[in-house]
Design a protein around this ligand. Structure first.
Ligand code: G3D
Ligand code: MG
Length: 174
């Protein structure tokens, strides 16, 4: 029997990490170097092909990182089944923000599946966060996996959402 799943997922992380760009690449297969600052929340819908008969639809929430939108956070987190937490690999300071974002997305469900994303992997000469530290952060904050992506070239973008969907499905079945 074909099963139909519908998951709300969150794309979280500091402003400038590339959340909106990653989503654009995932949904529209394009990179627009002049994305506007996200105001409030944007929604996207996407069907994921997991290579099985099951149908999985994602409702993806992209949150503006600005302080003035903090009142939206409760609606944002409510009912979410998983999250991507992104940082910009060229901005070491963003590693200091990881804990805050993990706490926010897990404020309703302590065991929410999270895939940790180091984005902007195409900017090879400017990378400030090495693989060892990415792995340490992943373990320290009990995230499910880590992946380096580029919203610009598309590297690992589909994979990020597939890994998250898989983690959510595993979580559902256990
Ligand atoms: P946000 O939604 O997390 O705030 P944006 O981040 O998607 O708005 O991206 C912030 C800036 O980083 C944008 O540049 C965007 O083009 C750039 N960017 C996002 N992802 C990547 C990536 O993977 N590689 C590269 N090279 N750049 C990326 P501007 O110039 O508009 O600030
Ligand atoms: Mg944005």
């Amino acid at each position: 029997m074909v099963k139909q799943f519908f998951f709300k997922i969150l794309v979280a992380g500091p402003g400038g990490a590339g959340k909106t760009s990653l989503l654009q690449q995932y949904i529209k297969n394009m990179f627009d170097p002049s994305t506007k600052m996200t105001i409030g929340v944007d929604f996207f819908l996407k069907e994921v092909d997991m290579g099985t008969d099951d149908k999985v639809s994602l409702q993806i929430w992209d949150l503006g990182g600005q302080k003035m939108f903090q009142e939206l956070h409760k609606d944002y987190v409510e009912g979410a089944k998983g999250a991507l937490v992104l940082i910009d690999l060229t901005n070491f300071f963003q590693t200091k923000r990881v804990q805050k974002w993990v706490e926010l997305v897990r404020s309703e469900r302590k065991d929410l599946p999270i895939i940790f994303i180091g984005n902007k992997s195409d900017l090879k000469d400017d990378i400030m966060v090495d693989d060892k530290y990415l792995k340490e952060l992943t373990e320290e904050h009990n995230m499910d996996a880590v992946l380096k992506t580029s919203a610009k070239t598309g590297e690992n973008v589909d994979k990020a959402f597939e890994l998250l969907t898989k983690a959510i499905l595993d979580n559902h079945r256990s």
